[in-house]
Design a protein around this ligand. Structure first.
Ligand code: TMP
Ligand code: ASP
Length: 237
């Protein structure tokens, strides 16, 4: 596709989004900037942008092969990718296989406690409100999505979990949990959007339990770049 960056539409915490010559497509540009705790903690993870771009595109391709529609179109460079233009549904969908992070804190469960079956939750994507947890009924009340759309989103999230878990197991990595975002195309179709990367997932080494994701940055565990590079190596060899 011959599309170029025409005008910057948006700058988020980890990515910039550019308009192209075609309103149906935008270019995402991944940054090395890292934030945590709703932007309170800031830093740089050198090389993260390129790793997250390539890893996201790899996972998106694998999702497409499994019949899940995604926004992915074409990787342009180390950090830039053409994606379908969508209106992001302001729901962050989290699927957990193992207790960690906010789940462990909120419910007083030790990190590493394995669930009998995956479990999901939604957050209302609103930085000013701190992305509060939300349920189906409140999401409908706030007109974020309709009931049938929420059901479809949850089903997609569990399918993504199954596919991602299998890919990662083959790389010696346990998928603890992850967050996805979905968007609506101009014709009203809901497709997988945003990113799937060490920024948005918890990855633990299958054997040692070593954290290979952004928790190393969030919790000041050190070797942050090393973890991102190790995840890249596990997936691309
Ligand atoms: P949590 O345990 O902090 O709720 O995080 C659950 C998952 O969601 C974890 O894989 C990290 C991811 N996540 C994001 O992608 N963005 C965020 O803003 C937060 C808080 C978590
Ligand atoms: N999205 C979070 C932030 O607002 C970062 C995170 O914990 O993943 O900075």
């Amino acid at each position: 596709m011959k599309l170029t960056k025409v005008k910057q539409l948006y700058e988020g915490k980890a990515k910039k989004v550019w308009a192209t010559e075609d309103p149906e497509y935008v270019i995402v540009d991944y940054k090395d900037d890292a934030t945590a705790f709703n932007g309170e903690k800031r830093g740089t993870i050198t090389g993260k942008g390129a790793i997250n771009n390539k890893m996201t595109n790899y996972f998106m391709r694998r999702m497409q092969e499994a019949g899940i529609k995604t926004h992915f179109v074409e990787e342009l460079s180390d950090r830039e990718t053409i994606v379908r233009s969508v209106k992001i549904i302001p729901l962050e969908v989290i699927v957990r296989n193992i207790a960690a992070g906010s789940f462990s804190k909120r419910y007083g469960v030790a990190e590493g406690t394995v669930f009998d079956a995956p479990a999901s939750e939604f957050s209302y994507k609103d930085d000013a409100l701190g992305d509060p947890m939300i349920n189906d009924e409140y999401a409908v009340a706030l007109k974020l999505a309709a009931y049938d759309e929420i059901a479809e989103i949850r089903k997609t999230a569990y399918r993504v979990n199954g596919i991602l878990k299998k890919i990662l197991a083959e790389c010696g990595v346990t998928l603890v949990d992850f967050k996805i975002e979905l968007g609506k195309t101009s014709d009203g179709e809901i497709i997988l959007a945003d990113e799937i990367s060490p920024d948005t997932c918890r990855f633990w080494d299958i054997k040692t339990g070593e954290k290979l994701d952004k928790d190393r940055f969030r919790r000041d565990l050190g070797n942050v770049e090393g973890a991102y590079n190790e995840m890249y190596r596990r997936i691309f060899g």
